[in-house]
Each structure stands twice: as structure tokens, then as C-alpha cells.
Design a protein around this ligand. Structure first.
Ligand code: ZN
Length: 99
């Protein structure tokens, strides 16, 4: 059994959350994102086999980084928000407020 060391991944997720909350993740191309990190802006690209690549040192060394986590979070939040918006639009189009 491996000893669980939660710090790395949890810190990464926390950092990713902050990046998204602060609006530092933005889409530049259909398969490309820019992430404004603490030490510069990084480019996260989705490869044809659906993997994410980042050009920062952390990703080059460890194969994962907060920028990629931030893009994943950004995408999942956007999906949720879109669904919610569509749901609200539906409600509005019915034009009923209570009975
Ligand atoms: Zn990165």
C-alpha cells in the first residue's frame, strides 16, 4: 500500500480553483487556453488524443500542473453554467412566475 500524500494534488486543485475564480483562465483557440500564472502566462493545448499539455516547468518535470487543472475546472464550470443558463432561459420563456 502506498502512503497517501494528499498535499500535492490538493494544493494543485486549490491553486487551480483560485486561477479560475480570479478569471485567469481564458480560451484562445477551440483547443487552446491561456492561463495567467504567478510567473507568467502559460499556454495549455488540447492534443488530438484529448490530453492537455502545458508549457510550464511543472508540467515538463512532473506531467501535471495547476494550469491544466485550472483548464479542466474552467471547462467543467462552463458546462454547468451553460446548462443552468439554458434552464433559466426556458423558465423565462414560459413567462410564469408562481401560480
Ligand atoms: Zn502549467
Amino acid at each position: 500500500m502506498e502512503a497517501r500524500r494528499p498535499s500535492g494534488l490538493e494544493r494543485l486543485t486549490e491553486k487551480a480553483q483560485k486561477l479560475v475564480e480570479q478569471g485567469r483562465v481564458y480560451r484562445t483557440e477551440p483547443d487552446q487556453y491561456g492561463v495567467i500564472g504567478d510567473h507568467g502566462t502559460y499556454t495549455v493545448v488540447r492534443t488530438p488524443d484529448d490530453r492537455l499539455h502545458c508549457n510550464c516547468q511543472g508540467f515538463l518535470q512532473r506531467g501535471r500542473c495547476s494550469h491544466i487543472a485550472a483548464v479542466l475546472l474552467f471547462e467543467s464550470q462552463k458546462r454547468v453554467r451553460k446548462e443552468k443558463k439554458e434552464g433559466e432561459w426556458w423558465k423565462t420563456s414560459w413567462g410564469y412566475e408562481g401560480s
